[in-house]
Design a protein around this ligand. Sequence first.
Ligand SMILES: [Zn+2]
Length: 267
Amino acid sequence: MRPLDKGACPIDPATGRNKVVTDYDQWRADLIKQIGFYCAYCNMPLSHSLQVEHVIAKNPMPGQPHGLRLAWANMLLACGPCNNAKDNKPMLPTTHFLPEDHNTYLYFETFVPHPDPDAAIVRPKTGLVNPELKQAQDTVDRLKLDNIDRRPDVVDIRWMHRFAALQAIAAYRNIFDMAKRSPTYNENIAAESIAKMSTSVGFFSLWYDAFADEPKVMEKLIHPDFVPGTAQHYFIAYLKTRSANRHSFWGYLKQLLRNLILKLRLS
Ligand SMILES: [Zn+2]
């Protein structure tokens, strides 16, 4: 799950003050501009049915906190299956991982379950221990991120999209590695190309996983020129370490070894 920073409330050019809406759907264009056309939870690209979703439910279950109905701070975009699964059930930063409150990249992983080789679903990241493990599992459960819907009238196809994304990203990684061995390889162009391709595929955590060892690509994947709204500050320490590592002797040696292994694999 990509951590998000959608920024401050948009300004109304007519008044020069914070924009005010009379219907929460009127935030849709602003949300697309600030975080892109992706579900904030499963990160699937959205085509036509982008639902403006209340992070804290506007009509919560009894005894649960009320989310503001029209406030920018309480709005995100969601796909139908995530929004429906969440419904008016409580999903709070104290009990769940939310993309605007946590570095949600740290708590989940995608896998292909053994009996379903054509599906990809989400689970808490291996190695987590309580209380993070429980919080991650509760988030998966709340959004049904592990759902595989095989009914004839299938509604939830997130597992299909996620699987297709896994395959596409693995293919792009292969192309990237081949490009690196080309005498005309240009790191900046290659990294920007990868970031551009990520915009139509979505599922950004999978891109981060696949290109974690390529700081230039990571830098572009989280850059608003390509994908708006990623909470970049979570990645700054990582990028500094990786870049420094690459320019150190051991970093250079590791890169050399990695390229050698790649060459051996392909030969
Ligand atoms: Zn979704």
